[in-house]
Write a protein that binds this ligand. Structure first.
Ligand code: ADP
Ligand code: ZN
Length: 520
């Protein structure tokens, strides 16, 4: 059987050898076993269900939420001589009937369908009349409510097992921490499936995170010094920021395209096409861009705000360096991001379990930003891969972070928050601590406070770092009105009472940090 699989790999795909666990997964699936495949983006998951579909009698049914990508996938399969088609809402009724006819006459090796179509009685009826070779459930994490990409239709996919108990199933995902993995197994009824996990490390990606100073300038400097003329993706949290950033980069002579859900479908498609086909374009995008994007030579992925979870971060940065050559995952973040991300979570559902999970995920993300340990160690530890040596290919490995005893500074910062009534933002509080006599300080009489000027030993940018780290640690919260006012949390009092010591990272700021990076 392996000979057949290898023959297909070579003659159809033109690859020389299987990589990673592909061989084992294909053997297992082709012989009828259920599988759960956990493999990072770019790991080569598609082959794991495509080759068994070609090998087994009947048609492989691929369930994928990525309707926009089905056409591309089918096109490239067809080019290789694989008999593939897709069924989704973008097809005309005629075209649909044509695909269904080919399916019924056993003329297809593979059919891609959207989950909402699959669970329709009409389609299930169609399946009764053919021989499904297997069911491949792509992006299986969509079944998990706790994942970052929940699709309700995915929870109905157990129907496959109920209605077709003898057809093997293979579920695949690139994002699976413990809870998500358990959800996939439970919701898809995969208790007896063999789990194949290739590990989440992407050794060719170098991780760097810098405190935010002037983010656009920092980005420009990073691109100019490290990735001039190369393809890259810049993620931003909002559509407006996407537009601004793309325009700004263009004005600075770096060809950049915007991508977000607010653009019309034609424009989106056009920009994506250009990014895929042309060299050296920078795509500035919201998270709407990227699922399934398979461009091998993306040399960097930059985040100007942190994503909401390490799963999202791993997936988004994973789009860099799919060709195995060195690539950068670069991010800048600051206090305002912490504030905004916390606020975006769980609006309207204060104490719901879902919000708790999201908060926990965000906290892990922020801890990753602030870590003084090897970033790769922290990242892989989150995905359950422990006991790693420091990687030597991230900023904290290359430029070990100095730490300092921030207990006293934290006490000063927190008491400045308290004494001003817990409604001012970091900038104003910093002015108080450094004793800057601004109009605003005068008008509030804040120059009469005991804390006024009590923090002159640190500069404004260092105080910025203190406030950011306090917010990350949950020692400062923001008020609900969204004006950036900071207030204490119950834990703050442990610090104020001297019951808790704090160690802070000494930030390497701005340009010097990028310069240091450019030398490597
Ligand atoms: P995933 O779905 O896990 O993100 P893909 O299946 O899209 O990954 O594969 C990622 C890239 O690796 C694709 O360009 C694919 O053609 C390539 N690839 C997959 N398997 C092999 C292999 N055995 N040898 C060489 N290239 C491969
Ligand atoms: Zn490292």
């Amino acid at each position: 059987m392996l000979d057949t699989a290898r023959e297909i790999l070579i003659s159809t795909y033109g690859f020389r050898d299987f990589q990673g666990l592909q061989k084992d997964i294909i053997e297992h699936t082709a012989s009828g076993g259920d599988a759960l495949v956990l493999m990072p983006t770019g790991g080569g998951k598609s082959l794991c269900y495509q080759i068994p579909s070609i090998m087994r009698q009947g048609t492989g049914i691929v369930i994928s939420p990525l309707i926009a990508l089905m056409q591309d996938q089918v096109d490239s399969l067809t080019q290789m001589g694989v008999r593939a088609a897709f069924l989704n809402s973008s097809l005309s009724p005629e075209k649909q009937r044509e695909v269904e006819a080919r399916l019924l006459s056993g003329m297809l090796d593979l059919v891609y369908v959207a989950p909402e179509r699959l669970v329709q009685p009409a389609f299930l009826g169609l399946l009764e009349r053919i021989t499904p070779a297997l069911f491949a459930i792509d992006e299986a994490h969509c079944v998990s409510q706790w994942g970052h990409d929940f699709r309700p239709e995915y929870t109905r996919l157990t129907i496959l097992h109920e209605q077709f108990p003898h057809v093997p199933r293979i579920a695949l995902t690139a994002t699976a921490d413990g809870p998500t993995r358990r959800d996939i197994i439970r919701h898809l009824d995969l208790q007896d499936a063999t789990v194949f996990s290739t590990g989440f490390d992407r050794p060719n990606i170098s991780y760097t995170i810098q405190p935010k100073d002037k983010p656009l300038e920092q980005l420009l400097h990073f691109i100019r010094t490290r990735h001039k003329g190369q393809s890259g993706i810049v993620y931003r949290l909002s559509r407006k920021k996407v537009e601004e950033t793309a325009a700004w980069l263009c004005a600075k002579g770096i060809e950049a395209l915007p991508y977000h859900a607010g653009l019309n479908a034609i424009q989106r498609h056009h920009n994506q096409e250009r990014f895929m086909r042309e060299d050296g374009l920078v795509m500035v995008a919201t998270v709407a861009f990227g699922m399934g994007v398979d461009k091998p030579d993306v040399r960097f992925v930059a985040h100007l705000e942190p994503p909401k979870s390490l799963e999202a971060y791993h997936q988004e940065t994973g789009r860099a360096g799919r060709d195995g050559l060195p690539a950068d995952a670069w991010m800048t973040y600051g206090l305002a991001d912490v504030v905004q991300l916390r606020r975006m979570l769980g609006q309207g559902e204060e104490d719901s379990p879902r919000r708790m999970v999201e908060l926990r995920k965000l906290d892990a993300m922020l801890a990753f930003c602030e870590t003084t340990e090897c970033r790769r160690k922290v990242l892989l530890g989150y995905f359950g891969e422990h006991d790693r040596e420091p990687c030597g290919n991230c900023d904290t490995c290359q430029f070990p972070v100095e730490t300092w005893d921030g207990t006293v500074a934290a006490q000063k910062a927190l008491s400045a928050v308290y004494r001003t009534g817990q409604r001012f933002g970091a900038a104003h509080l910093t002015d108080i601590l450094t004793g800057k006599l601004t109009d605003r300080i005068r008008s509030h009489g804040h120059n009469d406070l005991k804390t006024f000027g009590c923090g002159k030993e640190l500069g404004a940018s260092q105080w910025k770092g203190v406030f950011r780290q306090l917010a990350c640690l949950g020692l400062l919260a923001t008020d609900a009105d969204g004006h950036g006012g900071l207030r204490l949390t119950p834990e703050s009092w442990q610090v104020l009472r001297g019951e808790r010591m704090l160690s802070f990272r000494r930030d390497i700021l701005g340009r010097s940090a990028t310069r240091a990076l450019a030398k490597t």
